[in-house]
Design a binder for this molecule. Structure first.
Ligand SMILES: Cc1cc2nc3c(=O)[nH]c(=O)nc-3n(C[C@H](O)[C@H](O)[C@H](O)COP(=O)(O)OP(=O)(O)OC[C@H]3O[C@@H](n4cnc5c(N)ncnc54)[C@H](O)[C@@H]3O)c2cc1C
Length: 592
């Protein structure tokens, strides 16, 4: 149970006078502190609301179990509207709808005890008069995901003022919902656990694993600067697990994870830096960049609009960084560009991506002449949730932990293969679906959180995972022949023991599957990553369609192309956005 206290105190009689709220049932509003509760995303939210003469004086959240990070913006939005405007009619925060609804309902519950008419608080708020806002900084960054924030923090560390424009209600983009796994050659740690690795091997895996189609100069820069990036993140306070594994499709055990779940550790580190009094980074949330401004052949700023309809002109004296992410959530772009999946990427295929991954950064860059590359290369991942397409509910993304079986209970692929191979072979199975089969030695069971913040108990309770004390029992739950699944597990264990030759060519494992209870997790292919995007050079300068540098314009992260070829290695995207995000920040400040 997490408890975070959110207290909003009103100051000033004038404001209070304007907030008097009608009473429920005609009685007088009561004065005092009232407790209310409601169910959010993670469980019960309890608030204490202080009311005086019909005015809300403060709201204190005294208990909640909402997902870290994802509750902050909804709580802040609803509580500040309630306290400052006496209104609860605020938009739900995308991606945190249940937390928004939960906090609103908990406050309403407390207010009904105070005999305050909460129906009036749901009336539309007074119309906002749209403003034209001019702002200036050394560097303007479009997109507050991992690449944009790495760039912003780097620029700030070099003494620049920075504005970050983020269209969603919170920072993080795909980065905050990522599995958190990042590929880094880290000889000290890897040697300690008996893993051979080298920068050259990481280069080869990345370049060959992407069909030798990437820009080798960019690949080389990424693999060579990964460890320095990790150390830099540590200097910002990020704490790492002391182990490496193989994220699905990573091809080698060099995937590191922060201690904090999913991608939250990265965004937490950046946010804590931004919150420092001297960071000089201003974040505009709910603000969508609509256009890159060019003057005299140079990119000098960004135009944007916010949720209230205000227009912004943001001028950048040193550079503009495009870090607006990929287009996994944009069905029209997927269908227009796809060259790998024979037109299957329409709305019937879901995505792991957040709803803001719509590719505007690419289109806006093209509008000022930027070249694009590899746009036809769109990656799917075979471990999506069958209902939502997201990675939520997956028991593990680490190859060492599981085998993949089809609905007949048979393995059909080397689980440590490239992602495009894993997906194509899963499409060839009955219902294009498969089960991950795991035992209880390798990942959290019971009420501990999995990497995606679920507990195994809740996944089993809601039928999103299955648990049994024996493999035959598990098979029966899944409608498989118990003998077939048992035989599959026996053969896998014999491979681990070395008494059976590797089947399908699998070479990565850690343990036999033998410790009950056993688990199964049904998963399907969903759209995951877009390898294509704007063309950049080694300094992340954006290149135009004639092969020339566009002055003042930089790009980093999934908005760019040329780094992964036709198949991105698992856990290489976080390496990419870290390394090139930092380079973009530095290049903009130094005017490269
Ligand atoms: C569920 C999931 C799990 C993943 N797991 C891993 C993993 O474990 N390891 C790994 O290496 N990779 C992983 N990836 C891939 C990786 O997370 C992404 O490629 C990476 O985070 C992209 O970072 P980014 O900063 O380029 O984009 P994002 O993090 O998506 O940030 C881009 C931001 O730009 C904003 N934006 C877009 N358009 C505009 C606009 N017009 N104006 C203002 N803002 C705008 C978006 O809202 C977003 O916040 C995963 C991806 C997903 C979806």
């Amino acid at each position: 149970m997490k408890t975070k206290r959110f207290i909003y105190i009103l100051a000033g009689v004038m404001l209070i006078a304007s907030l008097i709220i009608g009473c429920a049932g005609g009685g007088r509003a009561r004065t005092g502190v009232f407790t209310g509760s409601a169910i959010g995303h993670g469980g019960t939210i309890i608030v204490e609301v202080a009311v005086d003469s019909g005015n809300i004086i403060s709201i204190d959240v005294i208990q909640h179990s909402e997902t870290p990070f994802f509750y902050e913006r909804p709580f802040e939005r609803v509580i500040s509207a309630a306290v400052n405007d006496g209104n609860l009619n605020v938009d739900n925060v995308t991606g945190a709808t249940l937390s928004t609804m939960g906090i609103r309902a908990a406050i309403a519950d407390a207010l009904s005890d105070a005999r305050i008419n909460t129906r009036r608080m749901m009336l539309p708020r007074p119309a906002h008069t749209a403003r034209n806002i001019q702002m200036a900084a050394d560097v303007v960054v479009v997109g507050g995901g991992g690449a944009g924030l790495a760039a912003a923090v780097t620029a700030s560390q070099l003494g620049a003022s920075v504005i970050v424009v983020e269209k969603m209600s919170m920072l993080g983009g795909n980065t905050i919902i990522a599995g958190g796994a990042i590929n880094i050659v880290n000889p000290e740690l890897q040697r300690r656990i008996g893993i051979q690795d080298s920068i050259d091997l990481h280069f080869r895996h990345t370049f060959d694993g992407g069909g030798q189609l990437a820009n080798p100069e960019l690949v080389r820069i990424m693999v060579e600067n990964a460890l320095d990036g990790k150390n830099w993140l540590s200097s910002l306070g990020l704490v790492w697990e002391e182990q490496v594994s193989t994220a699905i499709g990573a091809l080698h055990p060099r995937s590191h994870n922060p201690v904090m779940p999913i991608g939250t550790g990265y965004i937490d580190a950046y946010q804590r830096f931004i919150a420092r009094p001297n960071s000089n980074i201003q974040v505009l949330l709910d603000t969508r960049a609509t256009e890159f401004v060019m003057q005299g052949g140079r990119v000098t700023g960004v135009r944007a609009t916010n949720r209230l309809g205000d227009s912004f002109t943001l001028t950048a004296s040193r550079g503009v960084i495009n870090a607006a992410g990929g287009f996994g959530s944009n069905v029209e772009m997927r269908m227009r560009y796809d060259e790998l999946w024979d037109g299957r990427l329409d709305h019937r295929i879901q995505t792991t991506n957040h709803p803001g991954a719509t590719g505007e950064g690419i289109a806006m860059a093209q509008a000022i002449g930027a070249a694009v590359v590899d746009m036809g290369f769109i990656q799917l991942l075979p471990i999506g949730d069958p209902r939502t397409g997201s990675l939520s509910g997956v028991l593990s993304i680490m190859v060492e932990d599981y085998i993949q079986v089809n609905e007949q209970g048979r393995r059909y692929v080397a689980e440590d293969a490239r992602r495009d191979v894993l997906v194509a072979s899963t499409f060839a199975q009955t219902n294009s679906a498969m089960y991950l089969i795991l035992d209880s030695r390798l990942f959290p069971i019971g009420n501990e959180s999995t990497v995606f913040g679920d507990t195994v108990n809740s996944l089993v309770h809601y039928g999103r995972a299955h648990r049994a004390n024996s493999i035959p029992d598990l098979a029966r739950m899944l409608g498989m022949d118990p003998n077939v699944l048992q035989e599959t597990v026996n053969r896998y264990n014999a491979m681990v023991d070395g008494t059976l030759q590797c089947e399908f060519g699998r070479g990565i494992w850690r343990h036999r599957i033998e410790t009950p209870p056993f688990f199964a997790n049904r998963r399907v292919p969903t759209i995951h990553h877009t390898m294509g995007g704007v063309v950049i050079d080694r300094y992340t300068r954006v290149i135009d369609v004639n092969g020339n540098i566009i002055p003042g314009f930089y790009a980093a992260g999934e908005v760019t192309g040329g780094i992964h070829g036709n198949n991105r290695l698992g856990a290489n995207a976080l390496t990419d956005i870290l390394v090139f995000g930092r380079i973009a920040g530095e290049s903009a400040v130094r005017g490269r």
